[in-house]
Ligand binder design. Sequence first.
Ligand SMILES: *[C@@H]1O[C@H](CO)[C@@H](O)[C@H](O)[C@H]1NC(C)=O
Ligand SMILES: *[C@@H]1O[C@H](CO)[C@@H](O)[C@H](O)[C@H]1NC(C)=O
Ligand SMILES: *[C@@H]1O[C@H](CO)[C@@H](O)[C@H](O)[C@H]1NC(C)=O
Ligand SMILES: *[C@@H]1O[C@H](CO)[C@@H](O)[C@H](O)[C@H]1NC(C)=O
Ligand SMILES: *[C@@H]1O[C@H](CO)[C@@H](O)[C@H](O)[C@H]1NC(C)=O
Ligand SMILES: *[C@@H]1O[C@H](CO)[C@@H](O)[C@H](O)[C@H]1NC(C)=O
Ligand SMILES: *[C@@H]1O[C@H](CO)[C@@H](O)[C@H](O)[C@H]1NC(C)=O
Ligand SMILES: *[C@@H]1O[C@H](CO)[C@@H](O)[C@H](O)[C@H]1NC(C)=O
Ligand SMILES: *[C@@H]1O[C@H](CO)[C@@H](O)[C@H](O)[C@H]1NC(C)=O
Ligand SMILES: *[C@@H]1O[C@H](CO)[C@@H](O)[C@H](O)[C@H]1NC(C)=O
Ligand SMILES: *[C@@H]1O[C@H](CO)[C@@H](O)[C@H](O)[C@H]1NC(C)=O
Ligand SMILES: *[C@@H]1O[C@H](CO)[C@@H](O)[C@H](O)[C@H]1NC(C)=O
Ligand SMILES: [Cu+2]
Length: 553
Amino acid sequence: MALYVRVAVTLLLLPTLADSLVRHYKFNLVLKNTTKICSSKAIVTVNGRCPGPALYAREDDNVLVRVVNHVSYNVTLHWHGVRQRQTAWADGPGYITQCPLQPGQGYLYNFTVTGQRGTLLWHAHISWLRATVYGAIVILPKKNASYPFPKPDKEEIIILGEWWKADTEAVINQAMQAGIPPNVSDAHTINGLTGPVPNCSPQGTYTLHVEPGKTYLLRIINAALNDELFFQIAGHHLTVVEVDATYTKPLTTPTIYIAPGQTTNALLKADQPPAKYLITVSSFMDAPVGVDNLTNYGILRYPGTPTAATMVLTSPPPLNATAMQSNFTASLRSLNSKQYPTAVPLTIDRSLFFTVGVGVNPCATCVNGSMLVGDINNVSFVMPTIALLQAHYYNISGVFTDDFPAAPPVIYNYTGNPPSNLRTMNGTKVYRLPFNSTVQIVLQDSAAIAPESHPTHLHGSNFFVVGKGLGNFDPNEDPKSFNLVDPVERNTVDVPTGGWTAIRFRADNPGVWFLHCHLEVHTTWGLKMAFLVDNGNGPNESLPPPPSDLPKC
Ligand SMILES: *[C@@H]1O[C@H](CO)[C@@H](O)[C@H](O)[C@H]1NC(C)=O
Ligand SMILES: *[C@@H]1O[C@H](CO)[C@@H](O)[C@H](O)[C@H]1NC(C)=O
Ligand SMILES: *[C@@H]1O[C@H](CO)[C@@H](O)[C@H](O)[C@H]1NC(C)=O
Ligand SMILES: *[C@@H]1O[C@H](CO)[C@@H](O)[C@H](O)[C@H]1NC(C)=O
Ligand SMILES: *[C@@H]1O[C@H](CO)[C@@H](O)[C@H](O)[C@H]1NC(C)=O
Ligand SMILES: *[C@@H]1O[C@H](CO)[C@@H](O)[C@H](O)[C@H]1NC(C)=O
Ligand SMILES: *[C@@H]1O[C@H](CO)[C@@H](O)[C@H](O)[C@H]1NC(C)=O
Ligand SMILES: *[C@@H]1O[C@H](CO)[C@@H](O)[C@H](O)[C@H]1NC(C)=O
Ligand SMILES: *[C@@H]1O[C@H](CO)[C@@H](O)[C@H](O)[C@H]1NC(C)=O
Ligand SMILES: *[C@@H]1O[C@H](CO)[C@@H](O)[C@H](O)[C@H]1NC(C)=O
Ligand SMILES: *[C@@H]1O[C@H](CO)[C@@H](O)[C@H](O)[C@H]1NC(C)=O
Ligand SMILES: *[C@@H]1O[C@H](CO)[C@@H](O)[C@H](O)[C@H]1NC(C)=O
Ligand SMILES: [Cu+2]
């Protein structure tokens, strides 16, 4: 039996504060049980609905989110992509920056949205609860700032998700006990709507109502657990203007690729003859890995179109549309305007090479006598029992070590034949970074079992995607083609199947910051690590003390 964490959000906007003051947005989130949807399972909802409410703020606003847990699970919430400058205590990943809110407990998440504007998402960050505990974050430009693109007439949030008939906690627990991949989802969702699902009562179909001639800003969010997705609308092109709350050069495309954790703002012009147009949401998977391959359908509808009118159709890309996915990601560029310059580090203090992949470890009690594990540089991350940030701040020894390797222990052909030994080592290791150091990470897919795409997410900083390629990264040749002028700035990027991606960032935010695959199954298996960014000089460059209501373990 599953719960629906019910996040009741009330927006208490303090009215009419002078624009020169920092405004405070207050949200109250109450985590509560809710009723069943389909197949007699109770599921975790937010305010009785899934997705939960959108949080709105303006750039530079202070956001206060009061969360109270009224369910029987331990819960934390994460504000995905919010940089949390000097507010690591509000970041939210369970046992990384905080101990969870236990049943009955509350916590005030207190952070400021500085230097970013656009769409992000919030979600639970413990176990698989984010399957149903998620919602949009909309950061509007400052009051007198305008968008660097034609002002849309209307805006629409489109959150894509995944839905299981079963309790997702049972799904992952069963898989972990057996050591095999978890059951794939039973449907994809658009704003919580599954469309028709076999053996369920009708679940509703998403409809986007548009008026002829108007321009819409679609705030598209991938909140799915495990599925990279394609999104398209028959007869219409989309113009991407922002990803992960950073502006991009306009990119016009019939199909958007979006990985879990990523957000994409795209302009849609309702310039087609009045009719119904099919919207498709479908998986991308170009590895021999089981995935939910069911397409969810929505409808774009112009006014006056009879219900019985025939629909203008579109076929979703094939599951393995690698060229389309690769071309889309390679085409994204940061805006790099005078007002929004691209601050990519040109010199590098720490150059890291991380293999990301899946291995196999012995497991006497598992189905095959072995279990699947995820790893970075052959280390499968073991969750601590108290939060890393707490252990760091209070100097508690024995919780983690700071010897996370800068390179894999064995050099081999990462995208060729697998090594004979697929075993990984366990560890709760962090990589330590001096304050304000510049970092480059080459994320290299390692095909121990099979090559596979890994959308990798960094907490606490955005990064610039300076290069990507197929096969093994060549440290002599590949950097010559890095884009150090207008690389896209993001918080989550795919590492291509059988390839690599190079990212750069500046470690100027003191705290402990999670880096992990945003496919939840890989995170659960251990494809994760953390950076520890040391304090700089003085209070403005240091991690402040924790808030007094920080949950304890
Ligand atoms: C929520 O549901 C769970 C399981 O049904 C139950 O154990 C728990 O007591 C319920 N909590 C509340 C506050 O109703
Ligand atoms: C939020 O944190 C800031 C410091 O970052 C502090 O000044 C402020 O008092 C906090 N707000 C509340 C309501 O605790
Ligand atoms: C917004 O208004 C403030 C106060 O009038 C001014 O200082 C600031 O430069 C303006 N910003 C923009 C982007 O116009
Ligand atoms: C996973 O799928 C298998 C096979 O369909 C089924 O027997 C099992 O009950 C499912 N597990 C959960 C937790 O629903
Ligand atoms: C790559 O994407 C761009 C932008 O969507 C498009 O103009 C171009 O035709 C695409 N090229 C290929 C080979 O798909
Ligand atoms: C979709 O996946 C199911 C198994 O989950 C498989 O039986 C089916 O053939 C797949 N369909 C396509 C079109 O790949
Ligand atoms: C993609 O999948 C289809 C159907 O399974 C297959 O026929 C095709 O060869 C695959 N394409 C590539 C490039 O792997
Ligand atoms: C585990 O066993 C199943 C069948 O029981 C098999 O299909 C699968 O390939 C095995 N997996 C591994 C990693 O050995
Ligand atoms: C590694 O850690 C997992 C739990 O995180 C445990 O099940 C496993 O036994 C450990 N393996 C070794 C070799 O310590
Ligand atoms: C790695 O293995 C692949 C597949 O066998 C092969 O095509 C490639 O040439 C190998 N690369 C190196 C550097 O040996
Ligand atoms: C960080 O380093 C850069 C030079 O790499 C310097 O310009 C900047 O002032 C430094 N920032 C801080 C906060 O020390
Ligand atoms: C909830 O968190 C506390 C503190 O970390 C831990 O002791 C407890 O075992 C957790 N409960 C569950 C059900 O995971
Ligand atoms: Cu992954």
